[in-house]
Design a protein around this ligand. Sequence first.
Ligand code: ATP
Length: 431
Amino acid sequence: MEFSKRVLISECEQHIGKEVILKGWVKKIRQLGKVGFLLLRDRTGTVQCVLEQEQNQLKIETESVVRVTGVLVKTDKTANGVELQVNELIVLAEADPLPFEINKKKVNAGLDHLLNHRVLSLRHEQINAIFTVQSMFVKGFAEFLTKEGFTRIFTPKIVSQGAEGGANVFTFNYFDKNAYLAQSPQFYKQMMVGAGFERVFEIAPVYRAEEHNSSRHLNEYTSLDVEMGFIENVEEVMEMEKQVLQYTFDYVKEHCQKQLDILKVEIPVINDIPQMTLAEAQQLLKKKYQKDSPEGDLNTEGEKCIGNYIKEKYGSDFVFITNYPRTTRPMYTMPNKENPVLTDSFDLLYKGSEITSGGQRIHRQAELIASFKEKGLNPDEFKAYIDSFAYAIPPHGGFGIGLERIIMKFLNLGNIREASAFPRDCDRIIP
Ligand code: ATP
């Protein structure tokens, strides 16, 4: 079958003087005397198309999908120096009148309205840019880890136990049993380290049955999970996280400068990431900001203050908070050798908000069983996980980054829902 090849708008300059086929959405149409101007948009950009009187009679709604055939000519009247003299215009799919104007610099509609009409709102240049950045962020992340000898893994999301032992999990009927939606790939990524891969990562959805509708929590989010074996200490895990973030942000800069300009953001400079123990952070909050912290943790307000303090003192957007107590960390976390009340764990804050939890894990089976019991958990219920330690798993550790959370902070978005194409929260499961 014969078909004519479509030219992308970004390629138009290479085809000046030739007849080409362009396909895209009608961004704008305006009439100037007998001539009509149609601004056509595809995934690579926009181009002006000049319509003769006859085609001009066509009534086309903005955002309709069209196929335009014409000759590309040079002009000094448009930003990209070309325009298309249209010979034929076919409407491939007609748009209904729009619920809000999307071809303005800023969309004038509330977040709910934008999310309800997501396929339309995602076409807006600024909103679209968020997801191009997100896509490249994930690509850079995967590329770095692959270069460093990590294997990408895919673990089940239908599980028989929550990784943290019960809280915040969605339960559902799985034939004649109860099953859960995975809260984290924690157990499986550790098992894959032990399965001989040594270094693994996963990029996949996780599910949290959090009942609060906050601006930084979703009920389904994408977790960037890393786990590495044969480590000497937790510092190695933190170093790996620093390096993957450096690479990933540089990768985004290299591939998404146009989008970063549209969004008016710059990539963070990551040199040495300052560190602070949780006890030091809590003390600082008390002394300098007169703020109390929850037992063994920081609250949102505390994270914000520490973020500001670190930015002022060290010029860094990032800070590692280390040595959380055993009481507030999961049962698989490695106790600290010098002070076993504490753990070899960390959170990473970015612009005053937690984006990561990580740490070294217990790798000897007997210690793991003891830790489960200390936490009041029945090891028998976690048998498959615990059994996998019988055949020796190397010392290991890792971390998880919430993709939408880090993108939200990076792009200075006011709400995590803006970093999810189709967010899931307590009220929203459509679209
Ligand atoms: P938070 O204190 O922010 O509720 P958490 O301590 O429950 O997070 P972890 O279980 O440690 O989170 O998850 C690791 C990372 O996953 C977090 O640092 C964050 O980036 C992301 N994350 C956790 N819960 C959510 C959520 N409900 N929505 C979006 N991202 C989340």
